[in-house]
Design a protein around this ligand. Sequence first.
Ligand SMILES: [Zn+2]
Length: 313
Amino acid sequence: MSSFVVALDVGGTSMKGGLVSESGVVLLTERRPTPREEGPDAAVTAIRDFISHLAASGDGIPSGVGLAVPGLVSENSAVYSANIGWRDVPAADFTALDVPVRLGHDVQTGGLAENVLGAGQGVDDFLFLPIGTGIAGALILRGEPYGGSSGWGGEIGHIPVFPDGEQCACGQFGCLETYASAASVGRRYSQRAGLSGVKAEEVVASDDPLAVEVWDEAVEALSLALATYTLLLDPSMIVLGGGLAEAGPALFDPVCTRLVKRLAFRDAPPLVPAALGVDAGMLGASLLGWRAAGRPDLGPGWTVNVRSAPLVS
Ligand SMILES: [Zn+2]
């Protein structure tokens, strides 16, 4: 009988689950939708069923369960998620199995995975910044994700970059996310051009002057936020992930140039693409599962290949 953990990354729209062995072999992965419409209890039940189902696909009883969830999180409870609507759900409620469970914040758990297995291997101080529908960051300080005094640490998406700017969904004005998330880039161009539903990647690729302007503002907002982060915390590198990082040099080159320009008396940290892509959350959750099982030593040295694992759906 081989030992394994159940790992689950709970996103706003879908959940990605997997079984990960002691040596880092991803035994299988599976995806299910996150029920959001039916209220928080339905979401907790769906997670519990998914974990039981994944565990039953393994050989024996799992050694632990790791879960990456959105919102405000402690090791032992899902404190609050605006997206899903839950408040103070104890970790044990997420599983019917009598095995140790550990929870992590979704982005911080992705940052943990990039730290142990991905682009930030061997790097103690870096920022992991996935840019997707929204923007949130994981601060890796001294080799561990840092959530601050109340768990809100890392909300870089809501740093005000243009103080007199547009109002953000969060209520503040001029937030980074309002200008530079993939959703915002698409929305802002669509509004200006009188179109609807244009995607960020189309804006990046377009030579329409309105598209160039919107992209330029996104790059400007990012370089401002990253200069602030660099001056405050002096990271060794900044790992950019999420859908918008797929833009490659169209994102990295101009942000890097402007970041260098903004930092007069010190070098800019290198901007590096994330290595684990959409699997970062699930892989980070597997590390949490092993930590819950009393094996914090596992992870370093794994060569994970999620794509070779059978995808059950
Ligand atoms: Zn905001």
